[in-house]
Design a protein. Sequence first.
Length: 272
Amino acid sequence: MITLVNGLSNQWIEPSDRGLQFGDGVFETVRLRHGQPMLWDRHWIRLCRGLDGLGIPRPLEADCLKELCRVANAPLVTAKLIVTRGPAPRGYAIPSKVSPTRIAMGGAVLAAEGQDRLLRIGVCATRTSLSPLPGCKHLNRLENVLARREWKPDWDEGLMLDEKGRIRCGTQSNVFVLEGNRLLTPSVSRYGVAGTRRGWLVDHAGSMGLDVREADLSLERLRKASAILLSSTVIGFRLAALVTDSPENSPAASPELVELAKAIGERMHGSG
């Protein structure tokens, strides 16, 4: 895996970096096809929104793009871009002068997506709380780490609920349920991450005959839905089903739903 720190392959991260000390920074996980970042405008806007919210100077967009392309070592791959406030003395107080750290990391090589296989999802006991930086991917991911630790061997994802038992997100994905021609998804105004693929679907669903709306989702509503769908940079857009005590009784994806998921994925990834 190739890793660049401030554009250099042989540079160490300072132990005093505030990203290490306090999670003082943001990140983006980007899918690249033949070295071209997909949905980049959405990733860049979210990254800048997070940096502005923390008061961290923005890096040059050209530097970020160049470094992501350098660490993308396969035709279809994910890469991670991290920006922290940089090295600083101990203590929470923000120093008067900062020198942000920029890290680009190569990631997993992605295989062709098997839309006909339902992802199996369980429910995590770890609750998600109000986000200090709503919608953005800040470096404080302890809740997600604890939720990921709960996964059973047959899980592909875990749902995270809020303090009132409402579904807010997956451990590492956005959640949708299909009711008729409506795709319902939890609000990200106070919880979770505003996924780039989630945003794309909200903007383009009408052209595919779908109506995407934000709604409170209970587990009972999830169980009664026509379909459950998950989206993220890594998995794309996939059909899912809740794990049951009897795996042989788990629902199979109908051909119509498989085609719907494929159509959404192809449109989404074809848009760049």
